[in-house]
Ligand binder design. Sequence first.
Ligand code: ZN
Length: 419
Amino acid sequence: MYELIKRLYPICCSITGEGTRETLNIIKEYIPIEIHEVPTGTKVFDWSIPKEWNITDAYVKNSKGERIVDFKKSNVHILNYSVPIKKKLPLAELKKHLFTLPEAPDQVPYLTSYYEENWGFCITHRQYEELKEDEYEVCVDSSLKDGHLTYGELLIEGALEDEVLFTTYICHPSLCNDNLSGIALQTLLASALKDKQLNYSYRFLFIPETIGAITWLSLNENKVPKIKHGLVATCVGDAGKSTYKKTKRGNAIIDKVVEKVLKDSGAEYNIVDFCPFGSDERQFSSLGFNLDVGSLTRTPCNAFAEYHTLADNLDFVAEEYLQDSLDKYLDAVFILEHDGKYLNLNPKCEPNLGKRGLCGLIGGRKGPDHLKEAIFWVLSDSDGNKSLLDTSISSGMPFKIIKQAADLLCETNLLKRVV
Ligand code: ZN
């Protein structure tokens, strides 16, 4: 995942443009995504697809011809979606187009101006304060023309038409945790699932944030009812503990699944309630759709100082944290795939486990002694209504042990799956 982030890091992405195509084409080397192009001007609910933005160069030069701000050093230096300009101007006029973070004077902010035509550069407040009177030359070699919004999509078909949605965004340039980490995690997650026999179907979206989610929902309303559970993958590569933002409903199956995954991991975690800000859960949970979409992150975007600055760079994320996040997503898939309702076929008193070789099996088995405990929990709960996930939550035992117990009981005809 870290290697993929390193490849994507130099690309200048936005909500439209060649950068998004380049990003999607790299993802396509790993997983067979379909790349969709939606023309400028297409109506998508209350919005329309904006003009396509592309950029090749941008700089501010002083009168000695030195580039004092250089897009080629980092994409973050350009106000994303800056319109083209080339002119000479004095410091006072230049300053109207310079953006800084006075409260963090050594950080370069990442800013956008998608829906208001403007141009500008993002620099440290320290550099801003040190600028001298001079005649500056600014150049933004960009274009804003009719074109397309580009997004990627992959459907991995399982036995059921019911779908699990994983969605992430591709519009932030050269920012690692928010959100190249989400792209890397989803790519490797899809890669891990694509050749498996699955029950659920899994839909992966790689879209520009907000306008991409609105676009997908607008163009695919017929597919929406199939989506039963969803997660927005963002900010999954930093050192912080995992954070789960619940669905709007707050007690959806995906909420129970992710909370269980986090509990079973043994590591510290945070759970926060839904709010209508954040990422694309806003669109998927809007009243007209009300999908059960949560978001499993590490440090949430509003809680790390590097957020939307040049400091959200390759040093801010690490493979071990990406892997830990991916493991949790895989564990959530494991529960979704293996949860079910079972019926105890010997409900009158405890069955004689020894007669069925289960005592010896348990005694002789390496691993957690509490498999026997799990067997008793499954026998006690399996009335055909309570799911294995419910049993794992009420017993406090890891889902995987409960599932293992259910498998053993099925093998010995003491239990059968009903749903
Ligand atoms: Zn962001």
